[in-house]
Design a protein around this ligand. Structure first.
Ligand code: GLY
Length: 359
């Protein structure tokens, strides 16, 4: 078995691969007490693994939140702050965020704001967390039913990515994380795309390699652009329309996974890429085929498009009343800060509904 990969950046250390948890033991030494924040599912399936891998670590408190994106709320943030107060957590303590994107987002925000900042380590337990959410210091909550409406950029001291946690991951969450892995292939990593092309997430047999590759892609971006002023915006490919769809389904009481929404967003935004940057049809058709073979299409109708567009207006990327997209010139090469007019965005959603081929 290979040793896990160590990547030191300023200010975050990463340990990625099998046995990463064991290798993280030294990271706890300088702290007074250790508090774990997790959710009810992770507490059941992953906390025992965490404890077993770090037998000499004394855990002084466990704060458990309710799982699910619909619970990434101000109420749960207040619950965490109350628990941190009850446990009298101080700045010399360490918070361990053990969970998927919801946990690392909300618990990161709680840690960063409690007593003006308690240090924290992210231990992602989902594929999406391992390749995206736990890396790069985005923390926050959904508010007024908009995704990630309130939050801050604040980095954990370490991110420990150990695929052992994926043993208990549900199928839907494999699929959700797979959308982000596909995205890295499309925006920056043609070699990764070539490994993925034609594959269904159920058939992948070398997840460890894919996770390391995708996590490294993300680290390479955020180490140069922590605050999303430039190249980090490329990560938003598929997300402008994807987030609007995710909010739309959340609002309608039928939440969908982040990956499902982003997969749909990538179809629409690939169409925009072909219209605006002339991305070749052969590339676009490959992308659509790959996404369709991994994700079912949503069945929203043309009548629902105005409501989806309304949600898009809340996007943090809106500038001068125009939507700001990250699009593709070709597979493996993204461009950011592309202003797109509303009527063309609507056409991309119609393209998605009509299931046409590139023309
Ligand atoms: N998930 C996109 C980013 O971290 O910037």
């Amino acid at each position: 078995m290979n040793n896990p990969l160590l990547i030191e950046t300023e200010p975050v250390s990463y340990i990625i691969g099998n046995d990463a948890i064991e290798k993280s033991a030294t990271k706890f030494k300088e702290f007074n007490r250790i508090i774990v924040i997790t959710d009810e599912n992770v507490e059941k399936h992953c906390l025992p693994v965490f404890k077993q891998k770090l037998p000499s670590l004394i855990i002084d408190g466990v704060i458990t939140i309710i799982s699910g994106e619909e619970n990434k709320s101000i109420h749960q943030l207040i619950y965490i702050w109350n628990e941190l107060t009850r446990l009298n957590v101080g700045r010399d303590d360490l918070i361990v965020n053990l969970g998927g994107g919801v946990v690392t987002d909300i618990a990161g925000m709680a840690a960063a704001t409690f007593k003006r900042g308690v240090q924290f380590i992210n231990f992602p337990t989902t594929l999406l967390g391992m390749v995206d959410a736990a890396i790069g210091g985005k923390t926050g909550i959904d508010f007024a039913r908009f995704k990630n409406q309130v939050g801050l950029f604040i980095n954990p001291t370490c991110v420990i990515i150990d695929p052992i946690f994926l043993k208990t991951l549900e199928k839907l969450h494999w699929q959700s994380g797979f959308a982000e892995v596909i995205k890295y292939g499309l925006i920056m990593d043609r070699e990764l795309w070539q490994k993925l092309e034609g594959k269904n997430y159920n058939d992948v047999d070398d997840w460890d390699t894919l996770i390391i590759k995708a996590a490294k892609d993300k680290i390479d971006i955020v180490r140069f652009d922590a605050l999303e002023k430039g190249i980090r915006k490329n990560l938003n490919f598929g997300h402008t329309i994807g987030h609007a769809l995710e909010s739309y389904y959340l609002k309608s009481g039928h939440p969908v996974t982040h990956g499902m929404a982003i997969a749909a967003g990538m179809i629409c935004e690939s169409w925009l890429s072909s219209k605006i940057f002339g991305m070749e049809c052969i590339h676009m058709d490959c992308i659509v085929k790959m996404i369709d073979s991994n994700f079912e299409r949503f069945n929203f109708t043309k009548d629902e498009i105005p409501r989806i567009m309304q949600l898009m207006e809340q996007d943090k990327k809106v500038r001068n009343n125009k939507q700001n997209f990250s699009l593709l010139r070709k597979i493996g090469k993204a461009v950011h800060e592309v202003e797109v007019e509303t009527d063309i965005i609507i056409k991309s959603l119609e393209f998605y509904i009509d299931r046409k081929k590139c023309d």
